[in-house]
Design a protein around this ligand. Structure first.
Ligand SMILES: *[C@@H]1O[C@H](CO)[C@@H](O)[C@H](O)[C@H]1NC(C)=O
Ligand SMILES: *[C@@H]1O[C@H](CO)[C@@H](O)[C@H](O)[C@H]1NC(C)=O
Ligand SMILES: *[C@@H]1O[C@H](CO)[C@@H](O)[C@H](O)[C@H]1NC(C)=O
Ligand SMILES: *[C@@H]1O[C@H](CO)[C@@H](O)[C@H](O)[C@H]1NC(C)=O
Ligand SMILES: *[C@@H]1O[C@H](CO)[C@@H](O)[C@H](O)[C@H]1NC(C)=O
Length: 477
C-alpha cells in the first residue's frame, strides 16, 4: 500500500497526501522502532558491538577461510550433474571440508576423483540405528548424522562448521567476513529461513534451511556431534533433516540467528526479480538453481552460475548489492544489482520502492489461495511504462588500469512499451549497454548503501555509472 506508485504522481491531492504522510510516518517509525529490511539501523548497532569485541577466547586472530569446515551432503546419483555447482565456488586446497555421498562414486565422469571437487567420504552406515528406531526418513537421518561425521573427520583449529547440500552455492569470502563478527567460542546457529512463508510455517520459523547452508560455531558443532545419535533416536518420527537438526540444536539450548544473505531459494521460475533487489546484507549463499530458470536468461543454467562467479571472484562484498541513482536530465532511475543486473526506469522512483523485488517468481510449494506467500514484500510485474524496467544483465567483468572493477551489462530484450509520458517521454529504448565502475577496495562495513553517479550523453547508446561512498548527509532522492 505504502508503495503505490501513483502516490508520487499526484502528491498534492489531499487524500493521497494523507496516505503519503501516514506512509512517511510508518516508514520513519519503522526506521526508529523496527528492523528496516534494507539500510538497517539494527544491523548498524549489531556491527559496531561486534567490532568493539576485541578478541574471542584464546585465539584472537582474524577469522579466515581455513577456520571454516564445510560438510556437503549429496548422493552419488545427483553428483554427476551437480558437481559443477560446487566446483564453481570450491577452492581446492583452500576451502576445507568434505562431500558425503550415500555410496562410493562410479563412472568415468567421476573417477578418478576430480581435484576441483571437495574430497569425498561415504556416509556412515546407520542402518542399525534406522532399524532399531524405525526411523521414518533414513536419508534425512544420514544427512543429520553428517554433522558428526564431518566434525569427526577434521576439527583442528576449526571455528565454524558449515553444512550445505550438493547444490548450495557459497560465497566464501563473504562468509568469512560475516562470521568474523561473531564470537566463535560462543554457541551460534546461523542460517537462512525459507523465502516461502509456508515452509517456515510447516517446519519452523526457528529453522535454518539446509540448502542455504547452516553454520554452527565450534562449541555447538562439538555438542551436536556428541548428541547426534541419541537425538536421532529421540525423534525418529521427524521427516526433514533441517527440522531434526533444529530440534536437536534446540535441545542444546540454542536457537537460530537468521542471516539475510543466505538464500534457500524456495521459489520457482524466474528469480531475477529477487536477485535484482537483494537486501543490504552480504550475499552468503544461493540454492535450488537447478530448479529455477537459469539466472542469466541467455546462458545455460550451470554456465550461468560460473558467469555469476566471475564477478564474485573479483569482489564478493558488492555482489548483488543494490545501488540506486538518478539521471535528472531524462528523469531516469538506475537500479544496479552489482555483478548481476541493471534496471532503468523512465521515471524517478524512490529507493523504498525500488528495493522491493519484482515478483518475477512463483512460490516453491503448493500455493495457498491467498497471499502472503513470501517472507518479503514484493512489487507486481507491470506493463505500465512509467514503472516497468528496461532490464540489462551482466555481460563482462574486468579490472581496469585505474584500480577499479568494470562490470558491463547488456540489454536482455527490447522492452516493447511506449515511453513514460508523465515524466516527459524520455525513452531509454536506445540504451544497449551500461558500464558500472566500482572501487577495487572491498566494502566490508555496509552501514549505509553506496551512492553512484550517472554519466550519459543524450542520444548515445551507452550509460556509465560510477559507484562511490555517499557524502555525509547525502539524501538519495
Ligand atoms: C592440492 O594439494 C595436493 C597435495 O598437497 C596436490 O597434489 C594438488 O595438486 C593440489 N591441488 C591444487 C588444485 O592445487
Ligand atoms: C549396513 O549395515 C547393515 C547391518 O547393520 C548391513 O546389513 C548392510 O549390508 C550394510 N550396508 C552396507 C552398504 O555395507
Ligand atoms: C505485458 O504485456 C505482454 C505482451 O502484451 C503480456 O504478455 C504480459 O502478460 C503483460 N504483463 C502484465 C504484467 O500485464
Ligand atoms: C521530469 O518529470 C517531472 C514530473 O512529471 C516533470 O515536471 C519534469 O518536467 C520532467 N523533467 C524532464 C527533464 O523532462
Ligand atoms: C508524450 O507522448 C504522448 C504520446 O505521444 C503525448 O500524448 C504526451 O503529451 C507526451 N507528453 C509529454 C510530456 O511530452
Amino acid at each position: 500500500m505504502c508503495y503505490e506508485f501513483k502516490l508520487w504522481k499526484q502528491p498534492l491531492m489531499y487524500t493521497l497526501g494523507v496516505v503519503l504522510v501516514s506512509c512517511v510516518f510508518l516508514y520513519l517509525a519503522s526506521i526508529f522502532l523496527f528492523k528496516d529490511p534494507n539500510c538497517s539501523s539494527f544491523e548498524l548497532l549489531h556491527y559496531s558491538s561486534r567490532f568493539t569485541t576485541p578478541q574471542f577466547g584464546h585465539d584472537s586472530s582474524p577469522t579466515n577461510l581455513n577456520h571454516l569446515l564445510f560438510g556437503l551432503l549429496g548422493s552419488e546419483e545427483a553428483w554427476h550433474f551437480r558437481k559443477e555447482y560446487i566446483e564453481s565456488w570450491w577452492r581446492p586446497n583452500k576451502t576445507r571440508g568434505y562431500l558425503f555421498l550415500d555410496v562410493a562414486p562410479r563412472g568415468d565422469d567421476l573417477l578418478p576423483w576430480s581435484s576441483s571437487s571437495p574430497p569425498y567420504r561415504v556416509s556412515d552406515n546407520i542402518t542399525q540405528l534406522i532399524e532399531e528406531t524405525k526411523h521414518v526418513a533414513p536419508t534425512m537421518a544420514r544427512m543429520v548424522h553428517g554433522i558428526m561425521e564431518v566434525f569427526r573427520e577434521d576439527h583442528e583449529g576449526v571455528r565454524w562448521v558449515v553444512m550445505g547440500d550438493d547444490d548450495s552455492i557459497f560465497f566464501v569470502d563473504n562468509m568469512v567476513d560475516v562470521l568474523a563478527r561473531y564470537d566463535h567460542t560462543k554457541y551460534y546457529y546461523l542460517g537462512g529461513q525459507s523465502e516461502f512463508i509456508m515452509s517456515n510455517h510447516w517446519y519452523s520459523f526457528n529453522q535454518a534451511f539446509g540448502g542455504a547452508g547452516f553454520i554452527l560455531s565450534y562449541p555447538l558443532a562439538k555438542a551436536m556431534s556428541k548428541y547426534i545419535e541419541s537425538c536421532l533416536r529421540r525423534y525418529p518420527f521427524l521427516r526433514s533433516a533441517d527440522q531434526i537438526t533444529m530440534v536437536c540444536i534446540s535441545d542444546v539450548g540454542v536457537i537460530l540467528t537468521p542471516l539475510k544473505g543466505s538464500h534457500q531459494i524456495d521459489l520457482r521460475g524466474d528469480i531475477s526479480g529477487l536477485l535484482s533487489s537483494h537486501p543490504k546484507a552480504p550475499l552468503m549463499s544461493l540454492h535450488h538453481l537447478d530448479a529455477t530458470e537459469s539466472i542469466f536468461p541467455s546462458i545455460e543454467r550451470r554456465q550461468s552460475v560460473r558467469h555469476l562467479m566471475k564477478a564474485a571472484n573479483l569482489d564478493q562484498s558488492r555482489m548483488l548489492q543494490q545501488v540506486i541513482c538518478y539521471n535528472r536530465p531524462s528523469n531516469w532511475s538506475f537500479s544496479i544489482s552489482w555483478g548481476y543486473s541493471v534496471h532503468i526506469y523512465e521515471n524517478i522512483l524512490p529507493r523504498s520502492h525500488l528495493q522491493l523485488p519484482i515478483e518475477t517468481f512463483q512460490p516453491w510449494g503448493v500455493t495457498p489461495k491467498d497471499p502472503p506467500y513470501y517472507m518479503l514484500n514484493t512489487r507486481w510485474r507491470t506493463n505500465d511504462s512509467c514503472e516497468a524496467p528496461h532490464v540489462f544483465f551482466m555481460k563482462n567483468v574486468e579490472k581496469t588500469k585505474r584500480y577499479e572493477i568494470l562490470t558491463t551489462y547488456s540489454r536482455s530484450s527490447p522492452r516493447k512499451l511506449l515511453s513514460c509520458s508523465y515524466s516527459g517521454n524520455h525513452s531509454a529504448d536506445y540504451i544497449s549497454k551500461i558500464e558500472v565502475y566500482s572501487p577495487r577496495r572491498k566494502r566490508i562495513e555496509m552501514d549505509r548503501c553506496e551512492c553512484c553517479d550517472v554519466i550519459h550523453k543524450k542520444g548515445t547508446n551507452k550509460a556509465k555509472i560510477k559507484l562511490r561512498e555517499c557524502r555525509v548527509d547525502e539524501i538519495i532522492a
